[in-house]
Design a protein around this ligand. Structure first.
Ligand code: NAD
Length: 505
């Protein structure tokens, strides 16, 4: 695709697009709103050179880590496999960047769509070099077998590639994850000195980058859900205080926060795929100083994706959700870890907040704070027999016309890691892309996006935003935000769906 326009310029290294952003400023005058449309000029500059990307996963030997690594290798080497349903080809279904499309315009009256990944130059997932840590020493072939996610025939075909991959020893603070994880912790960096731990992880990152001749590395936490750390401004509030607390091995410094600090100090962006409060203010300050991004929290895969879609549909239709009751049972190691109350609480929190802004936006349905307080209940039970095929059963009760009720009972089988792996890939590819984009507002200096990368909210259950920026949970708004950003950077027109060119030529 090539954009021919007076508002875009391209040379060997950069694609620059000029964009007049139209927004509406609202002033309140008593009980009236005064709307004042305005236009702000932005310039987006994308570095089109694709780097050699390395990714280090924390929890590499888990269900997500093994499924992602094996799935990418299957695609890279075009490995086919057989099941009772026949021969299967590898694909990237479930990946926004690889398997979804974006409308770029109209050819006569036909709408033209291209793959998301083709709008701006992006890293090919098959070129990513993977590494990482796990508290379990199992090589990735055996770990994939333990995970019981991937079909047996594909596991066998991947074995020669995966058995060579062994996670680095990791830091293990048993107080932060469930006690039942202790039996797999045979690959642990010894000692209790958190500063030494930080330095070892930093060295691991630097070695990985150098040994694989990488241009950049991104770290992603896909290890067990930790309990929330007891956040305290004196411990976590600034970069300096955080580093001091690490130096004194403070008990409220979690393993995930050590990894986040190590990433920032090594100049790598960090993504938190679990719900806990890893990205404390001190981490954000470290990331800011290093010029890297942080993003979180908790992958938005099955049930929550559906929830933010359905609630958006109801509220958008003027129907009033009054209760959401969500039951989950799952039998993988994630479920085993979540069976401990402290870890479940982290998950409950991120699952519960996911519709708040959608409800809050509609003051017709929810005129008071009290009415916003709908019954939203989350139950998670560990049931080993279900393995990675998590069952999500949700009941949505909504109030309709004249006091009537509309009830949805939804049964959703989320093959957890098969949904999560392509999503993790998207997080990595998009984070890498955003590291190559700069913008200029009204002819000011070029700057990078905010340190907390809320552009990735489509992929996060409890999206973290820059302070002062409200969180958007609506799935369609989150997707539109990402789609529009890449279109704007490429110099394409944003689609307002009026389709006037089709209707009136
Ligand atoms: P998993 O239990 O199979 O894998 C986690 C891995 O992390 C294990 O191999 C474990 O040994 C390792 N680990 C634990 N503590 C560690 C540490 N300190 N350092 C290094 N490794 C450590 O879980 P999973 O199914 O792969 O999920 C991973 C995480 O992603 C969980 O927190 C889960 O809640 C989150 N998540 C998963 C999904 C999904 O759909 N799969 C969705 C949202 C969030």
């Amino acid at each position: 695709m090539k954009v021919q326009s007076t508002t875009t310029q391209q040379d060997d290294h950069f694609l620059i697009s000029n964009y007049d952003y139209k927004s509406t400023n609202i002033e309140k005058n008593g009980d009236k709103y005064i709307a004042k449309p305005q236009i702000t000029n932005f310039k987006f500059k994308t570095d089109t050179r694709i780097p050699k990307l390395g990714v280090m996963l924390v929890g590499w030997g888990g269900n997500n880590g093994t499924t992602l690594t094996g799935g990418i290798l299957a695609n890279k080497f075009n490995i086919t496999w057989n099941s009772k349903r026949g021969t299967h080809q590898p694909n990237f279904y479930g990946s926004l960047t690889q398997s979804s499309v974006i409308k770029i315009g109209t050819c006569n009256t036909e709408e033209v769509f291209v793959p998301f990944k083709d709008v701006l130059p992006m890293v090919n997932p098959c070129d990513i070099v993977f590494g990482g840590w796990d508290i379990s020493s199992m090589n990735l072939a055996d770990a994939m077998n333990r995970a019981q996610v991937v079909e047996y025939d594909l596991q066998q075909k991947l074995r020669p590639y995966l058995e060579k991959l062994v996670p680095l020893p990791s830091i293990y603070y048993p107080d932060f994850i469930a006690a039942n994880q202790g039996d797999r912790a045979d690959n642990v960096i010894p000692g209790n000195n958190k500063l030494e731990h930080l330095n070892i992880i930093r060295k691991n990152i630097a070695d990985f980058k150098q040994q694989n001749n990488l241009d950049k590395v991104i770290l992603l936490w896909t290890a067990n859900t930790e309990r929330f750390c007891v956040e305290d401004p004196n411990i976590h509030g600034t970069a300096e205080k955080l580093l001091k607390s690490i130096e004194s091995s403070h008990p409220e410094i979690s393993a995930s926060t050590i990894f986040a600090c190590a990433a920032c100090l090594e100049g790598c962006s960090f993504i938190n795929g679990s719900p806990q409060n890893t990205i404390v203010p001190g981490v954000i300050e470290l990331a800011e100083k290093a010029g890297v991004f942080v993003a979180g929290d908790d992958f938005k895969t099955g049930q929550t994706k559906f929830k933010t879609c359905l609630v958006e549909y109801l509220v958008g239709a003027g129907i009033k959700p009054k209760a959401i009751i969500s039951y989950n049972h799952l039998g993988n190691n994630d479920g085993k870890n979540l069976s401990q109350e402290s870890c479940f609480k982290s998950k409950e929190r991120s699952k519960k907040t996911c519709v708040d802004d959608i409800l809050e936006s509609n003051k017709v349905l929810y005129p008071t704070e009290e009415e916003l307080n709908i019954d939203h209940t989350i139950v998670i039970k560990y049931c080993p027999e279900t393995g990675d095929s998590k069952k999500a059963m949700d009941e949505y009760i909504a109030e309709i016309f004249l006091g009537g009720r509309q009830t949805f009972a939804v049964y959703n089988v989320c093959e957890d890691s098969l949904l999560a792996a392509p999503l993790i890939m998207d997080l990595l590819l998009l984070c890498e892309l955003f590291e190559r984009i700069q913008f200029q507002k009204d002819a000011s200096e070029y700057q990078r996006f905010d340190t907390v990368l809320s552009w990735l909210s489509y992929l996060m259950k409890a999206p973290k935003s820059e302070s002062g920026i409200t969180t958007i949970n609506s799935l369609s708004r989150q997707r539109a935000m990402l789609e529009n950003l890449v279109k704007v950077c490429a110099g394409l027109t944003i689609d307002d769906n009026l389709r006037l060119e089709v209707r009136y030529g």
